[in-house]
Design a protein around this ligand. Sequence first.
Ligand code: ROI
Length: 167
Amino acid sequence: MAVAVRCYVGLGSNLRGPVEQVERALDAMARAPALRLLARSRLYRSRPMGPADQPDYINAVALFETALAPLDLLDELQAQEARQGRVRGKVRWGPRTLDLDLLLYGDRTIHSPRLCVPHPGMYERNFVLYPLYELSPDLMLPDKTRLSELLKVCRPEGLEPLERRGM
Ligand code: ROI
């Protein structure tokens, strides 16, 4: 078996019960034979990035270990989006039922037609950086940028951790 790699996945939803969408995806990924869930952040409510006339999002970040190759992991994430009936309007940056974004795949940098890692949007998105910091405050990105440095210039405006629901 290939060596296991640590991967971070960003989760986001703002349609059809966003909290349940994100929790359901986390449960499914925790059960997926090819993935081992190591840690997950709290849920965060975030103001939409993109058109403002859409509901707030629920976001979280999860840390996995997997032996899947990057594109196989992407297939796995997209299959889960589809299982949860991914709905996405025609508007660019419009609302969606579930987004599973591969943020980091070990310390690899990947530019392929289907996949860019690190996720190009993650550097300035508070709804990615803050949950990521919760999981791995000492994280260094493949280009040697420290997560803590990115956070210094990333305001938490519009971002709010949700209380954890009872177990
Ligand atoms: N905005 C927020 N707050 N959270 C998201 O997960 C999110 N995802 C997106 C766009 C439309 C860019 N905006 C978002 O894909």
